[in-house]
Design a protein around this ligand. Sequence first.
Ligand SMILES: [Mg+2]
Length: 370
Amino acid sequence: MQLSLSVHRMSWRAPLRTAQAREPPPRPLVLLRLETADGLVGFGEAAPLAHYDGVTLEAVLGALRTYTPILAAATTEADPGLLAACRRARPVAQALAAVDLALWDLAGQRAGQPVWRLLGADVAAPVAVNAVIGAVLPAAAAAEAAAALEAGYDTVKVKVAAGDDGARIAAVREAIGSGPALRVDANGGWAGVAVAVAEIEALAGAHLELVEEPVHGAAGIAAVAQRVTVPVFGDESAPELLTGSGAPPAAVSAPSGSGPHPAAVPHSAVAGVCLKVAAAGGISGLLTQAHRAREAGWDVLIASTLDGPLGIAAALHAAVAVAPARACGLATLDRFAATNPLPVRAGRLNLPGGPGLGGAFSAWYGAHGI
Ligand SMILES: [Mg+2]
């Protein structure tokens, strides 16, 4: 199979203000095109976000170049060892995701079926998604929340750990009333477990649905989760939580006589994890993580790393298979200046039509090539 790559830089219409206060640069996306010997073409997307996850565009392109001869030597896209061979060559999740998406796209096109059907689902119900409000001033947050409610969202997420969280959250709850779910996301921005616990308790009057990533690190998140009544979800630390799911990591076993170790908190206190196509290494990796999370008794959300439309489409196919009980964090394409090919309707995203990942997204990328 022949692999080709193109890099696209997306301008923001509305960059999201988070606990990381910096204005993000244009968003790089890598479009991967994989053509089989008989002329079938599948597309994948790599979505590194260096200012957020530390994964650079160069690291992803380097990994994808390492995969090129492996894919070139493959005689069929159905070789079940292809992705593992790429991972052994260079384990970069965002690069592996691009390959995985293209392989699912090809598999769907070969079968004449959408990917969600290959994943075992019978119907593709629209996926409920949450509105996202940045760490803006209370009046602006309230106006955005009211607009989200008007547009049909029933879950609103607000960024916290920046500015006056209490006033912002109170303004949003006031704007949406008591019915809709209100969740907060600290992006690991609170300075330690004690601060996070105090901040969450101070927001409890707003009846939060959940809090994402109060602090970074599995042990810290578990410690916060044990001390608050609001359900706590790991997001950026989800891979670390999943590695040591259900038990303290082996590395923190306290030597005898050293007393209790602060990291030896049962991770079972955590309520759930946010899973992402880019961080999970694609649809296949996300499904494995979802299975592992549920085995640990955790709830699962599917979210975006400000992906392009192929990444969002892939997450929607995965969401149909995983069927999360709560709204997913996939309503992010409107953040780009470009026209949104997957608009949210009444708080829900419809699966793109057609076989494979669906949709005709290559034109969208083509309009933003450099
Ligand atoms: Mg988050």
